[in-house]
Ligand binder design. Structure first.
Ligand code: HEM
Length: 159
């Protein structure tokens, strides 16, 4: 008899404790992705981009395209574009296994609050492709970089 009344109580206590634990163990936010994942396999691609000097030149045209594009201009008009270009050079340089260090913010943090839509993300990628074409970067090399950048939409696109 005692056993019969205590068992449900015991089970209820265990379930309650389990639920409380599950709640406290619940992640409050998803893990932050590395904004500049170095990939040693991309070293030949770094050379195809013309090394760091090539990336600096590329970023000038990329930013010029972003400013000429009505879909992206409003985002870049009010910010320190020289700073963004320098961070992008370091970010791409690290991804392509170049001799650089990325000290900028992570992708979620820097783009938080900008309300970026998927179509605006795609517009930026198009503007980057245009700049890479102008610099004669081989299509396959372009795609290798883009494949690393593409998953970042998860942290950049919030709308
Ligand atoms: C894969 C896509 C993207 C990458 C890799 C990227 C990368 C970066 C980097 C490295 C910075 C500078 C970080 C720092 O200052 O610490 C930055 C800043 C910025 N990005 Fe992006 N970005 C991407 C997509 C976009 C898109 C789609 C937009 C808008 C259309 C955008 C708008 C901006 C703006 C406005 C800033 C400056 C923010 C500020 O200074 O407060 N980005 N981005």
């Amino acid at each position: 008899m005692l056993k019969q009344t205590l068992l449900p109580l015991f089970l209820a206590a265990v379930l309650a404790a389990g639920a409380a634990q599950a709640q406290s163990a619940m992640p409050v936010s998803h893990p932050v992705a590395d904004p500049a994942p170095r990939d040693p396999a991309l070293k030949p691609v770094f050379d195809q981009f013309g090394g760091k000097a090539g990336l600096v030149a590329l970023m000038d045209d990329f930013m010029a395209n972003l400013m000429a594009d009505p879909r992206t201009r409003p985002f870049f008009e009010p910010v320190d574009r020289e700073h963004v270009k320098a961070e992008l050079v370091d970010q791409f340089c690290v991804i392509l296994d170049g001799p650089c260090t990325y000290t900028g913010k992570n992708m979620e943090r820097i783009h938080r609050g900008l309300d970026i839509h998927r179509s605006q993300f795609n517009a930026l990628v198009e503007d980057l492709q245009k700049a890479m074409d102008k610099h004669g970067i081989p299509f396959r090399a372009q795609n290798k970089l883009l494949a690393t950048l593409a998953p970042m939409h998860r942290e950049v696109v919030t709308k």
